[in-house]
Design a binder for this molecule. Sequence first.
Ligand SMILES: Cc1ncc(COP(=O)(O)O)c(C=O)c1O
Length: 379
Amino acid sequence: MLPCQRHLFDIPEDVAYLNCAYMSPLMRPVIEAGNVALARKAHPWELTPDQFFTGSEEFRATAARLLDAPADCVAIVSSASYGIATATRNLPVSKGQSILVLEEQFPSNYYAWQRLADEHGAALKIVVWPDDGDWTAAVLNSVTADVAIAALPHVQWTSGGTLDLVRIGDACRKIGAALVLDLTQSLGALPFSVREVQPDFAVAANYKWLMGPYTTGLLYVAPKWHGGRPLEENWIQRENARDFASLILYTDKYDEGARRFDMGERSNFALLPAATRAIKQLLEWGVAEISETAGTLNRQLAAAAAEVGFSSPPEDLRAPHYLCLRRKAGILEELPDILARQKVFVSVRGSSVRVTPHVYNSATDGDRLIACLRQIAGG
Ligand SMILES: Cc1ncc(COP(=O)(O)O)c(C=O)c1O
């Protein structure tokens, strides 16, 4: 377990921020990297053509380490929805087939599939929230011959339930279904390996568990799709991009690997260095250690919350970093505002109070949340 890392963050003592799934705070070293990066454009004459590539390649290589994938398989994107749109543009589906999603799946990993299904006469097949909380078993039961694409998360975002992606990946390969993953609520906080899961596409927005700036993200693309069609056609994805003087010698050839799927202006001088710095810190801490640290706090919180009437999924079925508390009497919609007045920050998603700590939290933050919940429960 990691010692509390609050000194690296600008979080006042009286703030109990338990809401990383909403948006992580930027670390001081990440802000420093971002400030330096933003200021570079004050002197554009110092920005050399090779810098359009070096920063992007550093981000790609760093993200690849986190994914346990080759750097060549990583594209730089703006958002989860950009990555999902890239997958929908490339994956075939035909009339009568289905696309598998979970009940209450995040909209960025839902609407695009709904549209794709509508356009091809396919069906969206929705895995219903299982009574026993076992999302893996529910998904495995639904991976049948009709499924062309399984579009899933690693953690179901309103329950905190985890999916065993190794087993699900295996089941998809057996029937020839593509596997597309939205790792936005898990990558960086829950161990994940492309080599073990073997997805076709996997995307994560950077601003939550990757602790980076908003509007940056990463997309894994399996080698079998490297000949695919990007969402945008831009100059920097092409093979001749490094030679600025010859850009108008148009070429059909793209740069190598997943680079063709990079978003326009992917060099993103202001934000990418901050995103890279954040992921480097996660790698230094270790994802398993982050998971254990957040998980230990959540385990204590789950036990204390149970005493004041809030239940949570069994520990073996939920992600350690992601605790969703429910109550028979329901959750007041205004609960986050009531807590925020006491400087305790959580979210309500669906019918759960979502508690998502990170390495900057201490047991004191947890105690303050429980004191508030006890007050609300009238105990
Ligand atoms: C599971 C999940 N995916 C994706 C996102 C963000 O999507 P996008 O990057 O398309 O805004 C969120 C934000 O809350 C999320 O919870």
